[in-house]
Design a protein around this ligand. Structure first.
Ligand SMILES: Nc1nc2c(ncn2[C@@H]2O[C@H](COP(=O)(O)OP(=O)(O)OP(=O)(O)O)[C@@H](O)[C@H]2O)c(=O)[nH]1
Ligand SMILES: [Zn+2]
Length: 205
């Protein structure tokens, strides 16, 4: 799993339980403020470097976990249920690795259980574990699908993500209102047309 050790020191927390932000991180934010054209010493910006550091710890908590761990607790007794399980339109936020701009969207995650199911919230937890990192949407989609495949070994997995990229709306091409759609289908959803049709109908596509 893709754990990246932070090379700026161990986590430490202040009296209120907030993470302390290393000086190097605060200096980097101060430099960025200067580069943006403002004065990091003016009153309104004085605490901003520490806030930004804490915010980025918060955006990127996915590096602190193996999202697949959420899938380790499974249930076998589900009354013989052997149809598609779909968690639809899960809202999420991520950040693009090119500009570190927000990616906001929704994901639909489905699987066809073989003999084990997971608590349904765990599918959303897996999504957030991969989303709270610097990402491209294609990799996020593939990682969520592969994690479910590896841990549950179901008959099939499908992940469809629709998202808007802040780097396309607030800057650059400045084109709001467009959604990027990505999908990863595995197992029966890839190989079997009837399963795929049923899945896409359930998802509303
Ligand atoms: N495929 C893909 N592209 C992404 C994603 N997030 C951001 N991008 C794109 O990454 C590309 C980076 O392109 P570059 O030409 O290196 O960077 P840039 O000069 O800032 O590009 P513009 O955004 O077109 O101004 C841009 O086209 C972004 O729209 C993503 O999740 N998947
Ligand atoms: Zn971007």
């Amino acid at each position: 799993m893709n754990f990246i050790p932070r090379d700026l020191g161990d986590y430490a927390f202040d009296d209120e339980g907030r993470p302390l932000v290393p000086q190097a991180v605060q200096d980097a934010v101060r430099t960025l403020i200067r580069w943006a054209g403002d004065d990091p010493e003016r009153e309104g910006l004085r605490d901003t470097p520490a806030r930004v550091g804490r915010a980025w710890r918060d955006y990127c908590t996915g590096y602190d976990e193996d999202p697949g761990r959420h899938l380790s607790r499974t249930f076998e007794e589900v009354g013989g249920y052997d149809e598609i399980v779909l968690l639809k339109d899960i809202p999420f936020q991520s950040h693009c690795e090119h500009h570190m701009a927000p990616i906001t969207g929704k994901a639909s995650i489905a699987y066809l259980p073989r003999d084990r199911v997971v608590g349904i919230s765990k599918l959303a937890r897996v999504l957030h574990g991969f989303a709270r990192r610097l990402q491209v949407q294609e990799r996020l989609t593939a990682e969520v699908a592969q994690s479910i495949q590896d841990h549950l070994q179901p008959h099939g997995v499908a992940v469809v993500i629709e998202a808007q990229h802040g780097c396309m709306t607030g800057r650059g091409v400045r084109t709001p209102g467009v959604a990027m759609v990505t999908s990863r289908l595995l197992g029966c959803f890839l190989d079997d047309r009837a399963s795929r049709r049923e899945l896409l109908a359930l998802m509303g596509y």
